[in-house]
Structures are given as structure tokens and as C-alpha cells.
Design a binder for this molecule. Structure first.
Ligand code: GCU
Length: 660
């Protein structure tokens, strides 16, 4: 039976589990707080030869970019102190996972690698499934405690260990109160703790703060008093936090205020803030998550609204675009805004918290989903113009590049709710640093760091071979299959947004009351009737395909060449349409739902066999969660098949009629 402390240890330490370290001598040329942390980490985690001598040196080198680093047998070299810290974490990771550190040059793909916390000031977390906020507890509890400091430091360390270097501390649905002096004091306290781990602090701001907080009559971005208000506020922030990063803004989206309320454009609003931040080298991340009930196809709205503004934004504005054109669904084609604008920097926004992938009840490793998006070809400047290359500055040079992930952290003992949800925080950081990594490699690293004996360098323990066979291999396979399983049992073949209303957890394809906006109902997205199913976004439908470059646009437009995984996203098809397998669409839908359940049943079997290799607490927790996931999958399958059957008017294929 484990003690509470031991329980906390296993989950709470994430992929940074403490073990015994060997003695090491470190020669470091500086003593900044970041370098001190670097030295501390090396001393606490060195698993190399006992008594080795390592040199940490800071200086220019043409092979290095930004906070990149080089590792060799002498030690670590970087052009910045942050680079040294990242080099230390990389070196320790290599020791713990058995990767060579003999000759490494590693540079970050994006300059800013941010977590977006959707944390409300009252301590709740929007779409958060891991307990309450680690930053906020409400108006009456703003004092900073020692517990807060410890927690923020652990958080900062975890972020830095995977290269995350920026954090937006509050929800994009921002309360104006975040800019109140009382709150800014707490923001400063957080920033002071994050800084020695190389993390810059950002805030989400509410566009009508001048009225709601400042008492002005308008928040019109071209109004002199409004501009002055933002200037004074920004000065106040930088006095407290000299390296403050800037603002994240959700404007004219889902009821949030914005420049359009005053007849101004997104560019007018973003530029006003950008000008105010410019003297401090601050940036504006302006979200493109917009849709309106007038646009007949929600997937087209962001592109339509932002493309005409290409070139109108200041160079310290970045447009923040969700990976898919609708909203973080288990599978979406990439947003056509990637690879569209040429004179405006665009950054991807990924969702680490599993809003649409089973919250923290379901095991879904998201690296494959993000890899699929980042490696998708937009064809902007010909073949090879991947989403990653369109956003990291390799195709068009931008002064700032960035990538954001909506965080899945909370006060839960293990930070993320599901033990495997930690892997998504890890994966986001790794992919933001290096988008050429494969999901397989990330799963491999995370599993070793999180579950292997932390006392010994990888491969040196007696039972190493058993562990690889009995744990590493099957667990990795399970992780790599898990996102596809969620797609199969919830939204296969291009289905999307058929959730139960509001909570975005279980199935609800039947949701379609007349009283709400059509694009807030499921029936809008699947368009099922007795003739067929799917959203026609081809040239004969909403023509969303035309927002993509050729040859992709034509490929998606043609039902014969459209990848089947996006079929019902782009096409409305008869129920007996023949798929590549030779099965009808209806049968294939049924098979996908069923296959999803079989996959999760397989995960249960896999996990049951890992018992000898994992502590009881994590073993039982994951076992229980997988049991629930199978039931969830069953509910999805039964709910969706029964619902769609009223339109398809066809029997469920015979081979599915067996007990699961
Ligand atoms: C989704 C999510 C909201 C969130 C919004 C956003 O719609 O359900 O909770 O506020 O995205 O990204 O702004």
C-alpha cells in the first residue's frame, strides 16, 4: 500500500522523476538565475560517469539560432543562458532515455512556445479537467503564499524542461480585472518565479477594458483617450514586469467585444495594441477564431475575415489560428489560413486540454494529431510548404514566430487529471521546439522518462530488457493508436462536432433545436437525411475547398481523391456510396464505430499486462479510466449508429452483432 507522499511523487513529478544522481564537476562562466538553475539541475540529475567535468559556455556560434544549444563531450555551448538551460534538460533526458549526447546541435523551430491557460480569475478553468487553476483563487484571495511559489516553480521547471518559454496566465475570454493593479501584483509575483526558468509572462486582455476597467465612454481603438489608456496601462505593466511578453486577444468572437463593435477592423484593433507594446518589444497575438451566423459555412469564416487584411498588420502582431477551421475536433483538415497570408505572421494554436477528446477520462495521445497538422502540405509556395514551415518563418521571414497550446494543467495532484494526459503537455513542448520529431519518438521519450527506474541511466538496469518488452513497446503502441481510436468511436470518416451540447463530451448528433444558432447544433455539421450524410464543402456546395491551394483544392473537391478520413467533412454522400474497402458508406460508418471500441478494449488488455512494471497507484488509475473509456466508446457507437440509422434505413452489418 502506498503512502500519500509516494502517490503524489509518481504523478506529481511528471516526466522529471527524481532518482539518485552521480557526482559531477561543473564549470560555468556565469551566475545568472537561469544559469544557477541549469547547474542545480545538472547536479541533481547527472546519470553520466561519476566525477565527470562539464563546461557550460555562453557565446555566439553560427550554428546556433535563438536559444539553441550544442552538446559534446566537453559540455554545453549556447548563445544565451536560456540555451544552456535547454541544453541541460536535453542532456539529462538523453541520459535517462539512452540517446547519444556526443554531438548535438539543436535549435528551436519557433521563437515563442507558449502555453495558453484558460484560467478564470475566480479559479475555475474553462475546458479544464484537472482541477482548479494553479494561478488564481478569486478576488478575495490574491495574497501570494509559499505553496503558490512552490507550485509555480514546479510548473516553470516542467515547462522549461521541454522548451516551453512563455505562458499566458488567464483565459482568452478575459476578465478586464486582470489589468487591475491588485491582479497585476500577483501577475508580477508569478512572472518573477517563471523568469529564472526562461519563461516570459503574457496576459489575455479584454478589448473593452478601457470602458469596463478604466471608466471611459468607449473602447474604440482609434479614439485618443482609448489609446492613451492602453499606453498608461502598458507602462504600468512593464514597470512591474520589465520583460513582459505582450497581449493575447480574442475579439469579436463568441460574444467577446472587439474593434468591429466600433466599425473598425481586426487590424485597427490589433495595431493599436501593437503600437503601444512596440517600445517594449512586446507582441500581440490576435486570435482568428471567428465565426458568424450569417456565414453559411462556419469553416470559411476566419479565412474570409482575415485574408483581405493581409499586409495591414504591424510587424509585432501574429495571427493565432487553431489547427482546424472549426474548433479543435478529434480530426479536422488544417485551417486554410495556414499558407494563405504572405505579409502577416501566423501562429498555430493547438489544444492540449482534451475538450473534444474525452476530457481527462480518456486516453488520447495528441502528438499524432498535431504532427498530422504541422506536416500537412499547404502548397503555398509549391510542394513542401507544410503548415510548420508556413508558420516558423522558413517560407516568409517574420520578425516573430510562435506556437501556442491550450494548457491541460490544474491543481490535481498529477497536474493533468489522466496520467497519460501529461504526455500531451510534454509532446506540445517537444513539437514546438522541433516539429520534425515523430510522435513515435516523443512517445518513446515520455514513456521512458515517466515510467522507467529513475535511479539508473537508461539500459543499465538489470530488468531493462523485460521492461522494454513488457511495458515500453506495448504502451507506446497503445499511445500511438489512441487518437485514432477516439476518432473511430466518436467521429470517423470526417464527421465533426456531433457532441452533446455544451459539455463536448458524449455523443449528441441529434442536437438541433430551432431556438439556437444553426452552427451551434450538431445537425448543421452532419446534414444527415434519408438521401445521405456529410457537409458539402465542394465547389457545388459551400466551396470551402477553394480556400486551399492547388493541387490540394481539387484533390479535396473530388470524392475519388479526397482522403477518406475527411470524406464527410467535404462531401455529402448517399448512404450506399462505395468506399475503397468495397463497403457502403453506411457499413463503413458502422465498422469504424465498432473498431473504435475494439481498439479501446485492446488498450485495456495491453494495460492489464503492464501490472508488474508500474506502481499500483498509476496502474489502478489507468485501469479504471480505460474501463470507463470502453463504456464511453460503447455509448458513442450505440448513440450514433441508432441515430443515423433512422436516416440510412439500413441494418447494422451482420458481423457487428456480437457482444463486445
Ligand atoms: C471553444 C470552446 C470555448 C472557447 C473557444 C475559444 O469554442 O468551447 O470554451 O472559449 O473555443 O477558443 O475561444
Amino acid at each position: 500500500c502506498m503512502t500519500t507522499a509516494a502517490r503524489a511523487e509518481n504523478g506529481h513529478q511528471l516526466w522529471l522523476r527524481k532518482g539518485k544522481a552521480n557526482p559531477v564537476t561543473i564549470v560555468c562562466q556565469g551566475s545568472s538565475p537561469i544559469l544557477k538553475n541549469a547547474v542545480k539541475e545538472l547536479e541533481a540529475g547527472w546519470l553520466g560517469e561519476p566525477g565527470s567535468k562539464l563546461i557550460l559556455s555562453v557565446g555566439r556560434d553560427k550554428r546556433l539560432k535563438g536559444d539553441g544549444f550544442m552538446l559534446d563531450s566537453r559540455g554545453i555551448h549556447a548563445s544565451t543562458d536560456k540555451g544552456i538551460l535547454y541544453g541541460v534538460y536535453d542532456l539529462l533526458r538523453r541520459q535517462k532515455t539512452g540517446e547519444s549526447a556526443k554531438s548535438v546541435v539543436s535549435n528551436p523551430a519557433y521563437e515563442y512556445r507558449l502555453l495558453n491557460h484558460w484560467d478564470n480569475l475566480d479559479g475555475s478553468v474553462e475546458r479544464g479537467y484537472a482541477g482548479r487553476s494553479i494561478f488564481w483563487r478569486g478576488d478575495k484571495d490574491l495574497a501570494v503564499t509559499q505553496n503558490d511559489r512552490v507550485l509555480w516553480q514546479e510548473y516553470a521547471r516542467a515547462c522549461a524542461s521541454v522548451g516551453i518559454n512563455a505562458s499566458v496566465l488567464n483565459n482568452v475570454n478575459a476578465s478586464p480585472r486582470i489589468l487591475d493593479p491588485e491582479y497585476l501584483k500577483r501577475v508580477k509575483a508569478i512572472a518573477d518565479i517563471l523568469r529564472p526558468y526562461g519563461i516570459k509572462t503574457f496576459l489575455s486582455v479584454n478589448f473593452s477594458s478601457p470602458v469596463r476597467l478604466g471608466g471611459l465612454k468607449t473602447s474604440d481603438p482609434l479614439d485618443k483617450d482609448v489609446i492613451r489608456w492602453w499606453k498608461v496601462k502598458t507602462e504600468e505593466i512593464y514597470k512591474l514586469i520589465p520583460d513582459f511578453g505582450g497581449f493575447l486577444v480574442k475579439a469579436n468572437s463568441e460574444g467577446q467585444p472587439g474593434p468591429q463593435d466600433f466599425g473598425r477592423t481586426h487590424a485597427d484593433g490589433a495595431n493599436m495594441m501593437a503600437d503601444v507594446l512596440k517600445p517594449y518589444r512586446g507582441i500581440v497575438m490576435w486570435r482568428a477564431f471567428v465565426y458568424s451566423s450569417q456565414e453559411k459555412d462556419r469553416a470559411r469564416q476566419a479565412y474570409n475575415e482575415f485574408m483581405p487584411l493581409d499586409g495591414a498588420f504591424r510587424d509585432n502582431v501574429i495571427i493565432q489560428v487553431k489547427n482546424g477551421p472549426i474548433d479543435f475536433q478529434p480530426r479536422e483538415p488544417f485551417s486554410p489560413l495556414f499558407g494563405a497570408m504572405k505579409k502577416t505572421a501566423v501562429m498555430p494554436e493547438l489544444q492540449i486540454t482534451q475538450e473534444y477528446l474525452g476530457h481527462s477520462y480518456q486516453l488520447a495521445f495528441l502528438a499524432p494529431m498535431w504532427e498530422e497538422c504541422l506536416k500537412s502540405d499547404t502548397y503555398q509556395e509549391g510542394k513542401g510548404s507544410t503548415v510548420a514551415r508556413c508558420t516558423d518563418g522558413s517560407i516568409f521571414k517574420y520578425p516573430y514566430t510562435a506556437i501556442a497550446g491550450v494548457a491541460n494543467t490544474g491543481l490535481d495532484l498529477n497536474w493533468c487529471g489522466h496520467p497519460f494526459a501529461q504526455a500531451n503537455w510534454y509532446a506540445f513542448g517537444r513539437q514546438a521546439w522541433d516539429h520534425t520529431l515523430t510522435s513515435e519518438q516523443i512517445a518513446d521519450e515520455w514513456t521512458k522518462l515517466t515510467f522507467y527506474n529513475p535511479d539508473v541511466a537508461y539500459g543499465k538496469s538489470e530488468k531493462h530488457g523485460d521492461w522494454e518488452r513488457g511495458f515500453l513497446k506495448p504502451v507506446k503502441e497503445m499511445m500511438l493508436e489512441s487518437r485514432e481510436a477516439v476518432v473511430n468511436y466518436s467521429m470517423p470518416l470526417g464527421f465533426h462536432h456531433i457532441f452533446s451540447a455544451d459539455d463536448h463530451y458524449g455523443p449528441g448528433p441529434w442536437f438541433g433545436p430551432k431556438s439556437v444558432r444553426p452552427d451551434w447544433t450538431s445537425v448543421y455539421y452532419h446534414q444527415a437525411d434519408t438521401n445521405g450524410v456529410g457537409f458539402n464543402r465542394t465547389r457545388s456546395g459551400s466551396n470551402a475547398v477553394s480556400q486551399y491551394h492547388e493541387p490540394l483544392a481539387s484533390q479535396l473537391n473530388d470524392v475519388q481523391t479526397c482522403p477518406e478520413k475527411y470524406l464527410l467533412w467535404f462531401h455529402h454522400l448517399p448512404w450506399d456510396f462505395k468506399l475503397k474497402s468495397g463497403k457502403t458508406l453506411w457499413d463503413e460508418i458502422c465498422f469504424h464505430y465498432d473498431h473504435g471500441i475494439q481498439q479501446v478494449r485492446g488498450f485495456q488488455k495491453t494495460w492489464d499486462l503492464t501490472e508488474p512494471y508500474v506502481d499500483k497507484q498509476r496502474f489502478l488509475q489507468v485501469q479504471n479510466l480505460l474501463m470507463r473509456q470502453t463504456l464511453d466508446a460503447q455509448v458513442w457507437k450505440d448513440g450514433c449508429i441508432l441515430y443515423f440509422q433512422q436516416f440510412s434505413r439500413r441494418p447494422v452489418p451482420y458481423d457487428l452483432e456480437r457482444p463486445v
